[in-house]
Design a protein around this ligand. Structure first.
Ligand code: GLN
Length: 280
């Protein structure tokens, strides 16, 4: 509302968000009020007594309405942080999750190659590949996605991170247009079952279904990848797959059935098994 101070707007929105059951209601309110003013959430405290002008108040009202309808902050702002970098989102890209940073960390630990070729299957915003290219200055990589919008979005994100000269993004149904071997293969494929969908937070419904759902048991994408991966790896290839809660056994057994060895299982910061590291 115009005429309100920053402090009053934050209080009003955080109460409204909390009433509908949004976690971190106050943080979300600070992020949106900050964005309406052009400052970070942390800086809102410095502007507590500032009065919102009409333009800021109007923007804030429309964002707050979207948040009350459970749209995630990252979708409202059109961008999300991952591995300290900012990624643009589109309707056909998954919003990067901090859990997936476990894959980046696992690959950095396991990879001994100074200039690896990296393949990212289902690249979305490109977050996994771009974070790895940023960390390994001589690495080069290919990100594939079946959604054309994702390919363009990932390319813009690579440019924003300054790694575009070493990154290529193409539209491909898994390995359809992939034609060489790689030293590192990463993927955060869709891994939810149709039944899982009913149990998720309302925010997840804003992610594209194709990036989330993988058949009746959630394992269709692992089967598609692991059954076709062999020609694209060599002896020392590091393979890192993100897995969902309770999928460790199922995915390990699909991997074993295609003669991949389980090298390690890495946990995310919440303590869940999140990344399966495989060897050819
Ligand atoms: N690789 C992207 C990410 O980790 C997209 C993954 C997906 O769409 N399932 O965010």
């Amino acid at each position: 509302m115009s005429g309100e101070t920053v402090a009053v707007a934050i209080k009003r929105l955080s109460d409204a968000f909390a009433r509908v059951g949004i976690d971190n209601a106050r943080l979300d309110a600070r992020i949106l009020v900050g964005r309406a003013l052009g400052v970070s959430a942390g800086e809102t405290a410095l502007h507590a007594d500032r009065v919102l002008d009409d333009g800021s108040a109007q923007r804030l009202t429309s964002w707050a309405d979207r948040r009350l309808a459970r749209e995630p902050i990252g979708r409202i702002l059109g961008e999300r942080e991952f591995w300290g970098l900012t990624f643009e989102l589109l309707p056909d890209t998954l919003e990067p999750r901090p859990d997936s940073e476990a894959l980046v960390a696992a690959v950095l630990e396991a990879n001994k190659n100074r200039a690896p070729r990296i393949l990212d299957l289902g690249t979305g915003t490109g977050c996994l590949l771009i974070a790895l290219l940023k960390e390994i200055p001589e690495a080069r990589g290919l990100g594939i996605d079946q959604a054309p919008g994702a390919v363009a979005c990932a390319a813009r994100n690579a440019a924003r991170a300054g790694v575009e000269a070493r990154a290529e993004f193409i539209r491909s149904d898994w390995f359809e247009h992939v034609a060489r071997t790689f030293d590192v293969v990463v993927s955060n494929p869709p891994y939810l079952s149709t039944a899982d969908m009913a149990t998720l937070a309302p925010e997840v419904s804003f992610d594209p279904a194709a990036a989330l759902i993988a058949g009746e048991d959630g394992c269709d994408a692992y089967r598609a990848i692991l059954s076709r991966l062999r020609p694209f790896v060599r002896g020392g290839t590091v393979i890192a797959l993100e897995i969902g809660a309770n999928q460790c056994e199922a995915v390990s057994s699909i991997a074993s059935s295609h003669r991949f060895k389980i090298a390690a299982i890495k946990r995310d910061l919440a303590g869940h098994s999140r990344c399966l590291l495989l060897m050819p």
